[in-house]
Design a protein around this ligand. Structure first.
Ligand code: SF4
Length: 231
């Protein structure tokens, strides 16, 4: 597993738990607004932390951290993810996985073997529009499958959407809401567009929905899930 970053302490990534966040490097999507470009596309600016370094850190924080968040990049691309999760759980940590949902077979394996305690999946837009905005080879059926696995997992979970035009509109929110019907939680997130993967996407374009629009998105979503929030 290529680990490209570590946030040593967080109160907001796995609430109500105190956690650290491990960032895996490499992603199969190319979200134009991605604010971790050096993790999404590996290159000279991508860090390389050894597994030993990470394990030494975790041993030193075992008493102080409740959980570990594995984020990215896209963690499910790494074949040793399951083993890593098992190691974390055996150390007494709760494990939260952040995923883009592109690899349902990996999520299924983690669920079946109870190797994660919390699943958070991005829903970036209507699955049928991923090819246009997120990745040329995106598989809408795989995304839908991941959602179903998570909904039926019996594990705590959330779905989240970064609000950016034209991926997040009244119409796409309706499609996303139908997809995640019955979910524990859905969160809309404000886009952070200071450092992004594709700055040209924002140049001369109004990409950031207004607060009133995001409120409307939340109201639509609230009709489909147990709890809908804005972060
Ligand atoms: S925001 Fe998109 S490109 Fe960036 S890491 Fe997540 S899925 Fe990959």
């Amino acid at each position: 597993m290529h680990i490209g970053g570590l946030l040593k302490y967080s109160l907001i990534d796995y609430p109500p738990h105190i956690s650290c966040v491990i960032f895996t490097a490499g992603c199969n999507f190319r979200c134009p607004y991605c604010h971790n470009p050096e993790l999404a596309v590996t290159g000279p600016d991508t860090r390389h932390l050894s597994r030993d370094e990470i394990m030494d850190f975790l041993v030193s924080r075992q008493k102080y951290l409740d959980g570990v968040v594995i984020s990215g990049g896209e963690p499910t691309l790494h074949p040793d993810l399951g083993g890593f999760c098992a190691d974390l759980q055996s150390m007494g940590f709760l494990v939260k996985l952040d995923t883009n949902g592109s690899r349902p077979e990996v999520i299924q394996d983690l669920v079946e073997n109870r190797l994660v305690d919390y699943l958070a999946m991005d829903i970036k837009t209507d699955p049928e529009l991923y090819n246009q905005y997120i990745a040329h080879q995106a598989d809408a059926a795989a995304l839908r499958s991941s959602v179903q696995i998570i909904l039926e997992s019996g594990l705590a979970h959330e779905f989240r959407t970064t609000c950016v035009s034209p991926l997040t509109t009244r119409e796409t929110v309706k499609a996303m809401a139908e997809l995640v019907t019955g979910a524990d939680l859905h969160a809309f997130q404000h886009v952070q567009n200071k450092k992004v993967l594709n700055p040209n996407f924002f140049t001369g374009q109004k990409r950031v929905p207004s607060d009133a629009q995001i409120d409307e998105f939340q109201t639509i979503m609230a009709g489909y899930v147990k709890k809908a929030i804005i972060r």
